[in-house]
Write a protein that binds this ligand. Sequence first.
Ligand SMILES: Nc1ncnc2c1ncn2[C@@H]1O[C@H](COP(=O)(O)OP(=O)(O)OP(=O)(O)O)[C@@H](O)[C@H]1O
Ligand SMILES: [Mg+2]
Length: 291
Amino acid sequence: MGDQAEGLRKLLRKNRSKAFETPAAKTGGVISGIAIASGKGGVGKTNAVANIAYAIQQMGKKALVFDADMGLGNVHILLGLAPRYNIQHVMDGQRKMEEIIIKGPGGIDILPAGSGHRSYSELNRDEMLTLKTELEALEDKYDVILFDIGAGISANVMYFCSAASDIVVITTSEPTAFADAYALMNVLSKEYNQTDFKLIVNSVKSAKEASNVHNRLQQVAERFNANYRIELLGHIHDDELVPQAVRQQNLFLERYPGCKASKCIKAIATTILQSMKTPTSGIEWRKVFSA
Ligand SMILES: Nc1ncnc2c1ncn2[C@@H]1O[C@H](COP(=O)(O)OP(=O)(O)OP(=O)(O)O)[C@@H](O)[C@H]1O
Ligand SMILES: [Mg+2]
């Protein structure tokens, strides 16, 4: 990681500690973290997270994918990896974070989750604190940490989303996905005081379609006097090479770098890295533990 990134991080910490000088801020600590959530399942979170991380790594930055779908993690399956250990081993005190991180395509790091174990699918407060401590130990090793958040509006979803100051909501243009994206933002806004969301519209035929979805979401939010902003981060084209790459357990960006969806991912990764030039990203633990 470059000196420049480290300098930014220090500045970011300094600014945040000034901005959040409250008793709850005592649990403070900041690492770059982007939560990718959706409300509705199956709208493309895991594919977006893994491909964006790959693009970021290709652009010379260091990315970690944290599989935060802790009961039904499947990032490793998408990548055709078979990790020996996962986050549950860390939570059980059997392994340290650095021992469970595995290398993915293009050199991205993956923090795998278990699958089919209910024990950590709803973290309690002590487990959240353990996770916080473990994550802080990683903070200087990465430029960007991307959290693949499970579907729904469970306590874990709320925890990871409110820990990251950048929340990216993914939806498609289907009314069911749209409604769940709106519901997720409402809960995060009303119960966790989130004021800013970024939006990715997946499986679209054009940039215009994504822009229409964004406008509609903003209109609905305004009609109901929602107290938050929604910024369009980008769109991902509907592309038959996406499911094909999934079946091959490859990232579409690696396997089909010139396909329509890959071009969209590169544009999103570029925007994310540009926005990091201003200190906006970071896990705000104090918000999580004061909520
Ligand atoms: N841009 C796209 N074009 C075509 N198909 C897509 C696209 N994005 C996702 N898909 C399809 O949707 C499937 C589900 O994607 P993914 O597993 O990333 O969703 P998810 O939101 O992580 O699901 P879950 O909520 O179950 O974790 C993919 O396997 C792929 O077949
Ligand atoms: Mg997923």
